[in-house]
Write a protein of this length. Sequence first.
Lengths: 124, 294, 148
Amino acid sequence: MSVAILRQGDVLIASIQSDLTDREVVGLRDELVERVGRERARGIVVDVAAMDVIDSFVARSLRAIALTARLRGARTIVVGIQPEVAIAMVHFRLNLEPLQAALDLDEALALLGRPQPEDSAGGG
Amino acid sequence: MDEQRSAEVPSPMESSSLHELVASLRDRRSELREQWAERITDAQLLRVMTPDEIFSEVTAVYDNYVDALETGSFETLQAYARDLSERIIPRGVETHEVLGIVLLLRDVLARSLFDAYQHDVEVLNRILDAYEPAANRIAVTVSVSFVNERERVIREQQEALRDLSTPVLQIRERLLILPIIGMLDSARARQLTEQLLASIQTNRAKVVVIDITGVADIDVTVANHLVQTVEASRLMGASAIITGLSSRIAQTLVDLGVDLGMMRTVGDLQGGLEEAERLIASGARESQDSDERA
Amino acid sequence: MEDEIRIPIARDADLVPARAEGRALAERLGFSRTDATLLATAISEVARNIVVHVGSGEVLLHARKEPHRYGLVVVARDAGPGIRDVGAALTDGFAARGGLGLGLPGARRLMDEFEVESDADHGTTVTMIKWRIRDELERLREARLRRG
């Protein structure tokens, strides 16, 4: 299976195992969006360590997940962006707002564990 | 690359003096070659080479030298000089030695011309007029080839060193420093970015301090690299602080339209490290939309 | 011309081999991992355009070897209705059907050379090239190897 979605407390963790087709990306997006509402998750962590390309479509989908999750009161953090992929995304000027990035799952969970300051997500 | 020394260099066709000169040098080849080899040894040049090696190189140089005088074409000589350089540089032969032996040959040949034509001053003058500029040009050609090859080797070694060394330092947990010193070109900037991001991953850094105190100036490409490095670090969950931004570079960045507001900058490295500590202590979170800038 | 690869593009799943072939060829030509990723990303963008906006087309990859540089040429071709305003499509912020941009400005930023030809009769052809400079060091080594 290309994506595994687990639950840890009130955090959903999506672990991407390989390069995804667009269809699979859409499927992931839809499932996460549905579950964050249904299971009242507080946070979503998407692990993209196995993706060696993150293009505009993937970025858009991640943003869509984050925006929708925010509407449901959940934070989304992407982890595991590889160095080369980070460089490509920056060259491409892919904007991930309001998505946050962390190095790995541990970091993401630490970030999610912290109580939220009132003005989280700024005036963006 | 081969600058014409002057209109004095006679073309091969026009100068019978040159023909005479070349004939004379070819006639006395064995004798002059030996003389030259002796003078090389006397001057203690090419000590890293054995007498046999010296002899064989000396022969090749002599022939190439005379050919260059005759044809006025220096390509073969240049190619030979490059080849020779490639062989002798790893052996430790130095620039002054190469220049030295070429000048010695020039002298040996000049003296032989004096000997041959001392009875006829007019002919001697004509022949020297043909000889001197060409001989000087040969000396320059050979030396330049050697120096170029030397520089290539040095660059090669520097590249190798650069690949080995990782300039990113971890001074404490979660904190990396990348001190950048000297001229930054696009290639080096790219390399540093890749090394920094790899280090963020290996060391699980939360904050990276990029210190550019040692950088004199940057152009638009490098400025962009800097911004991209900061943004890429963010995508890997690390905050970046730029320190040592001189007012000159700051002005350059502003002129280039770089949004300094998007970059955390601190005057000096010490201040940057303190800021880094604060960030780590407060559980730095670098989000795409975080607007809390120090 | 050596190293010429054709990937037919008809479904979104075809983007996966297109990216993979691009990356593989890049690595064969000695491109860095970063550059190989930039290439694969750009290929993904233009190949997706074919799937989303036209339905079928192809991606052609080939190497261009010159003494001082190696290039990877990507040609993404379709026989569709063409892009009405190529200039606009190459500007950031442009949105075509469904509010989706064509990702062309981004792809262009990833590559060294970038050209779009498009009209209603011939469809769209995007040609992009990424170069890798072969420095004196590499050429020197190659020359030495050749001399045995």
